[in-house]
Structures are given as C-alpha cells and as structure tokens.
Design a protein around this ligand. Structure first.
Ligand code: CA
Length: 220
C-alpha cells in the first residue's frame, strides 16, 4: 500500500518514514506542499499523511487543491497541539482524520488502517476473499488450516492482491506497491515473495497467469 508522507521536519519525517516502512507501506516522503501536489498528480496513493505547517504551500492549501480537483484519497492531517482552528479547517476541507503532535507511531498506524478500511467500504479489520484472510494489524494470513505471520513485504504483496481479488496484477504493479521512491528494486523480489507466500499458505493461495502476473481468487 503506497503512502505519501508530507512533513518538512527532517527528524519527524524520517522517524515516520521508518515506522511506515516497518509496517510494510511503500512510502514517498516530500517536504513541501508543492512537491506533495505534484506527487499526488502523477502517482496514485492509498493514503496521505499531511503535516499542516509546511513552507510556502501549507497543508490546508494542499488539501483544498487536492479535494478541489476531485481527488478523494484519504488524508490524515498532523497538527500542533494548539492548532485547534487549523484542525477544524482541515476536517472541513475534507481531511478524514487528524493526529496531534507528538503522537505514538502505533496510533498513527492504527488510524491509517482504519482509514483504508473505511475507504475500502468495510469496517471489518480483515481483508479476505472468503478463503484466504489477512489481518493488517497482526500481519497474520490464513488459508484453511494454514496460518502464518508475514514479513512486511510479503504482507504488502498479499494485501495488494487481496484488495482486488480476481484481478491479475503484473510484476510492475506489484513492485509499485512494495517499494517507495529511491528504494532499489531487486530483480526477483516479486517471484521470491510469491514463492515464500505459497510455501506458508499453500500453492493455491496465489494464482499465476503466465506472462501476465498473479491474482487471488475472487470471493465465492
Ligand atoms: Ca511542519
């Protein structure tokens, strides 16, 4: 799942980037509002973490322009403790949730999971297709009798497939969900992760269409 992190504070930004990566998100981190808007115009994101206090184009302007062009990507805003008015303004401009600094990364991650559930149209925490299920909080996947905790990248890959059961995703589409900007894409990673997921969950967990990509079965 790809997240755009917009934060001008280097220390806070790098801590958040790491926490998000550890939780299996592909993260692109930008440090001002202009960069955020161009990233959002060129790349699909599933979530945006938006600091409001940014140089030049601030977070509220980013949000206003984003919603103004019809982009409904879920946005979680991050504000200072005393900035009640900008929090209210942010929610009124179409932010989906907010956090007050300082906050624990565990709370940020839980709120992002909740946001992506709501955006996906389901309040249920589990992702699944009826047979295969995946818990985003614990990273445990189950199929029949088999159950296994997944590595961050295994999780990211299986999550991408389970968000669109029955749809074949190519290697490039899967890589896009696993890697953030500037991360080196290793050539056999996708095959390696598929192999390892099948070993943990059974070969039938992930189907292959030769030369096209991979998919999980649609719900039955
Ligand atoms: Ca800031």
């Amino acid at each position: 799942m790809r997240v755009l992190l917009v934060e001008d504070d280097r220390m806070v930004g790098s801590a958040l980037e790491q926490a998000l990566k550890d939780a299996a998100y592909a993260v692109d981190w930008v440090t001002d509002g202009g960069m955020a808007l161009s990233a959002l115009a060129t790349q699909p994101y599933e979530l945006v973490v938006l600091d409001l206090g940014l140089p030049r184009t601030d977070g509220l302007q980013v949000l206003e322009r984003l919603r103004g062009r019809g982009d409904s990507t879920p946005v979680l805003i991050v504000t200072a403790r005393d900035a009640v008015q900008s929090r209210v303004a942010g929610l009124d401009l179409g932010a989906d949730d907010y956090l007050v600094k300082p906050f624990e990364s565990t709370e940020l991650l839980a709120r992002l999971r909740a946001l992506s559930r709501r955006h996906g149209g389901s309040a249920l925490p589990l992702l699944g297709n009826g047979a295969l299920s995946l818990d985003p909080a614990t990273k445990v996947a189950s199929l029949g009798e088999k159950s296994a905790r997944l590595s961050p990248r295994e999780f990211a890959l299986l999550q991408a497939l389970l968000q669109r059961p029955g749809t074949v995703l190519s290697r490039a589409e899967l890589e896009e969900r696993i890697y953030g900007w500037g991360e080196e894409v290793e050539s056999n990673t996708v095959e390696f992760l598929i192999h390892s997921l099948r070993r943990k969950l059974g070969a039938e967990a992930i189907r292959n269409v030769r030369g096209m990509g991979w998919y999980v079965d649609r719900a039955t």
